[in-house]
Design a protein around this ligand. Structure first.
Ligand SMILES: [Ca+2]
Length: 187
């Protein structure tokens, strides 16, 4: 009888140790996936820039090659005439080697307001599957009367950002930071 009791007790203790271990493992897993792969900034802007005849380029590296994104968000503000031009700006997704345009998306200029820079979401028409490594390139076709200032952040040193457009050799950024452009993962 006593032996039986001990055996049951051992089973109960054993299973609670097991469930504790599972809870512990789940918590570790959650923590590991915490740093968002689709961003390179600390959330506060350290400057802003508009590029005429060029574009903001930022390289993303995903944990694996089977992920989908809903779109991107851009920290920025519009300048120029008070009323937003009735046109769209371009968002290119370009292969990691720069040789292939994977997707071209458009979004209205009016998504950006004049004034302080803030996060502007750009949702694509459909969730888009992205490879492990790729570039997001923005083309606002900016000039003197219209354009968008895109914020940058210097906390990362700017290893993932360049200026350029598809088909043109990109240049290093001159501010030692990364564009505040983030991916919006598909839910
Ligand atoms: Ca910052």
């Amino acid at each position: 009888m006593q032996k039986e009791c001990i055996r049951i007790l051992a089973a109960v203790v054993g299973s609670s140790i097991l469930s504790f271990a599972i809870v512990g493992f789940a918590a570790t897993e959650e923590k590991k996936s915490e740093p968002t792969p689709g961003k390179y900034n600390d959330g506060t802007a350290d400057g802003k820039k508009s590029l005429g005849g060029s574009g903001e380029m930022i390289r993303f590296t995903m944990p694996d090659g089977n992920q989908k994104i809903d779109g991107i968000r851009i920290h920025g503000s519009r300048y120029g005439v008070p009323k937003a031009p009735d046109e769209k700006f371009l968002v290119y997704l370009v292969s990691a080697d720069g040789n292939e345009i994977l997707s071209t998306q458009m979004a209205p200029y009016s998504a950006f307001e004049r004034g302080d820079e803030k996060w502007v979401p750009v949702h694509f028409a459909h969730p888009l599957a992205v490879p492990k490594g790729f570039w997001v390139v923005l083309d606002f076709r900016a000039g003197q009367t219209k354009g968008v200032y895109v914020s940058y952040d210097t906390s990362t040193g700017g290893k993932n950002s360049k200026t350029g457009l598809p088909g043109i050799k990109p240049s290093d950024v001159d501010f030692g930071g990364d564009w505040m452009i983030e991916l919006l993962p598909a839910k």
